[in-house]
Design a protein around this ligand. Sequence first.
Ligand SMILES: [Zn+2]
Length: 281
Amino acid sequence: MLYCKQMEELLFGTGGTPHSSRTASTIDGIKRIAELGLGGMEIEFVRGVKMGEAGARLVAETAAREGVKLSAHGPYFINLNAREPEKIIASQERILQTARIAAICGAESITFHAAFYLGDPPEKTYQTVKKKLAEVINQLKRENNRVWIRPEVMGKPSQFGTIDEVLNLCTELEGVGIGVDFAHWHARRGEFNSYPEFASILQQIKQRLGDQALDDMHIHVSGIAYGKKGEIKHLNLKESDLQYVELLRALKDYQARGLVICESPNLEQDALLLQETYKNL
Ligand SMILES: [Zn+2]
């Protein structure tokens, strides 16, 4: 089982515990992921990091035993470009907490929503986010924490996190990795929903970050509803316009490896759909 999974190029999993798990706990979620034949799971700390160190150690043991690759999603209440200095400090603290518990869980990556522009020019926001994130990364370095920090590509024009902004952070800050939410990017731009467009993103990653970035991708996918202000809500893939087959084909052609986290409302159903579709390409 483990051997097979390691041979696969790309692992598929859910954002949070699958609906069909025995309970909503992370441990039951990991066991269910393994039962379903999926490869990974993102632990959702979106309403705060409430897991303790002892619980995280049990999570790590379970994930290792079941052969499930983990990542973690930080709290929603993060804005590294907040007006109030105390809100920035609290945001940095939330990223640190996520990274600390994620590391004990054996997760290799954390992702989070970095900031809002709040009317600032994107370049000014970028400099602020970079500075505040660098402080977080320096602290994690002092703690010998090696979890990849992956600020998410975001779905609304009011949110910091274009593909370029995220790629720039990756090139400028050590320890920052690429995290592409293809649904967000499609919702934000209306376009980026065809093979050539998906391939152009992967090509850009390859050019700017090298092949090793494609070897260790962190991807979010779901169906998505969107309007003029970008993302409205997540949808199941088959109820949305997202051309996921073309996306999977591009990922396969570029030999992308790593973790694809499905954030559709039906979670494991679409994660399995993605995995099956990918395998049959
Ligand atoms: Zn997210």
